[in-house]
Design a protein around this ligand. Structure first.
Ligand SMILES: Nc1ncnc2c1ncn2[C@@H]1O[C@H](COP(=O)(O)OP(=O)(O)O)[C@@H](O)[C@H]1O
Ligand SMILES: [Mg+2]
Length: 360
C-alpha cells in the first residue's frame, strides 16, 4: 500500500531522477536550493496535477525544457500496482492512470490521499475560511464517495444562479435554482457534520499529545445563519444577493473555526503552537481515514526541523509512525530527524537537482 516509486523529468531544477520508496518513511536531504521541496512538489503534482507553490504549473517545467514528465507507481489496497503519470508542456497537461487518460482529476486524487505540512500550514488558522474548508473537505472527500459528485451538482447550480444574479434576472428566475441548491446542501452539510463528529474526538486526543494548550474548541459554520434553514436563508438574502450579484450563503462559505476561551485561536496562540495544532489536525484526519478506508494516507512534510523544536518533532514522529502513514520528509541534515523508530527507511540526497539514494 502506498507509493512505490517516482520518476521525474524536467521538473523545476531536476533534469532527471528516479526514486524507489520505503512504504514507511522517506527522507530527502540537501542544502538550500538543492531541490528538496521540488521533489515533494513533484509528488504533490503527480497526485493532484497542481502545485502548492504556484498556480501556474507551466512554471514547473525546467528552464530550457519544453515539457515535464512525472510518473509513479502506486500499490492499491489489493496490492495491485497502478502506474500513472502527468506530462505537461507549456500549453496543457495530460494525465494517465493504468494506461488510460484521466478525465476527472478526482479519480487521481482519490488514489492519492496526501496531507501536506509545509511553512504555509499556519494559514490554516490565520488565513481565510477557504484554507479550513479545503482541509475539512479533504477528509469528507476521502471517506464519503458521494460528497464530490454532490459538490459538483451544487457548484453547477451555484454558477447558474450567480450568472442569473449578475445578469439582473427577475427574482422568480433566480429562485428556479434554489431547489437544487437546497437538495445538495442538505447532503453536503450532513456529510460535513458527520465527518466532524468523527474527527473531533480523535483530534482531542492528538491535541492532548502534541499541543501544550487547553480549552481549544471547534465551531463548524455551515455557510449561512444557523438560526435559519438553508431555504429560508436563501429567501431572506435574495434581495441582497441581487444587489451584490452573487450568492452569499451556502456550503461554499462554510468554515471550521478554532476558538480559545471564546476568542479566535489564532489571536491567542504562537506560530509554533499553530503548527502543532495543524499537525494534530492532520494526524486526526489520517487516523479517521485509516478507520474508514482501512488504508494509509501519505504525508509530505517540508522542513520539519525548521517548523518544530526537537521535543515536538520527536512527539510528531512517534505519532506519525503510529498512524502508519507513508511519509516523505525533507531536511537539510538527516541528523535533524530521528527516523530510527521505523523498521526501515530510504534516504535520498539532492544536490543541484541531482538525486542519489543514500546507502548506509
Ligand atoms: N522551472 C525551473 N527551472 C529550473 N530551475 C528552477 C525552476 N524553478 C525553480 N528552480 C530552481 O530550483 C532550485 C531548487 O529549489 P527548491 O526545490 O526550493 O530547493 P530546496 O527545497 O532544496 O531549498 C532553486 O534554486 C530554484 O531557483
Ligand atoms: Mg525547500
Amino acid at each position: 500500500m502506498g507509493l512505490i516509486s517516482l520518476a521525474v523529468r524536467d521538473f523545476r531544477n531536476i533534469a532527471e531522477g528516479e526514486l524507489a520508496f520505503s512504504p514507511h518513511v522517506n527522507v530527502i536531504t540537501g542544502s538550500n536550493g538543492a531541490g528538496k521541496t521540488s521533489v515533494l512538489e513533484a509528488l504533490f503534482f503527480l497526485g493532484r496535477a497542481q502545485s502548492f507553490r504556484t498556480t501556474h504549473t507551466a512554471n514547473l517545467i525546467r528552464e530550457g525544457a519544453h515539457a515535464l514528465l512525472v510518473t509513479g507507481k502506486l500499490k492499491d489496497r489489493y496490492d495491485t500496482e497502478i502506474p500513472f503519470g502527468i506530462e505537461r508542456d507549456k500549453a496543457s497537461a495530460r494525465v494517465h492512470m493504468a494506461g488510460k487518460p484521466v478525465r476527472q482529476l478526482s479519480e487521481l486524487v482519490a488514489h492519492f490521499p496526501f496531507q501536506l505540512l509545509n511553512p504555509d500550514s499556519h494559514q490554516f488558522l490565520e488565513g481565510g475560511p477557504r484554507h479550513r474548508r479545503r482541509f475539512l473537505d479533504w477528509g469528507v472527500f476521502h471517506v464519503e464517495p458521494s460528497f464530490f459528485p454532490t459538490w459538483q451538482r451544487y457548484s453547477r447550480a451555484l454558477r447558474q444562479r450567480n450568472a442569473a444574479l449578475r445578469a439582473g434576472a427577475p427574482a422568480q428566475e433566480i429562485r428556479l435554482w434554489d431547489p437544487e441548491l437546497i437538495a445538495t446542501t442538505e447532503i453536503l452539510d450532513q456529510q460535513r457534520r458527520l465527518y466532524i463528529e468523527k474527527l473531533l474526538p480523535v483530534l482531542a486526543g492528538y491535541l492532548g499529545e502534541l499541543v501544550d494548550i487547553d480549552g481549544l474548541s471547534w465551531d463548524y459554520r455551515p455557510g449561512w445563519s444557523q438560526k435559519l434553514g438553508y431555504g429560508e436563508a436563501l429567501s431572506e438574502t435574495l434581495e441582497g444577493d441581487r444587489r451584490q450579484g452573487f450568492t452569499r450563503n451556502g456550503p461554499h462559505r462554510a468554515d471550521l473555526v478554532a476558538t480559545l476561551e471564546g476568542l479566535p485561536a489564532q489571536e491567542r496562540v504562537s506560530r509554533g503552537q499553530q503548527k502543532q495544532i495543524v499537525v494534530a489536525l492532520m494526524l486526526a484526519q489520517a487516523r479517521v481515514f485509516r478507520q474508514e478506508q482501512g488504508r494509509a494516507c501519505l504525508f509530505l512534510i517540508d522542513d520539519l526541523a525548521s517548523e518544530l523544536d526537537s521535543d515536538h518533532r520527536a512527539r510528531v514522529l512517534t505519532q506519525l509512525k503510529e498512524v502508519q502513514a507513508q511519509i516523505f520528509l525533507t531536511a537539510i541534515n538527516a541528523a535533524d530527524i530521528d527516523t530510527s523508530i521505523w523498521p526501515d527507511q530510504r534516504q535520498f540526497h539532492v544536490e543541484h537537482g541531482q538525486i542519489e539514494e543514500v546507502i548506509y
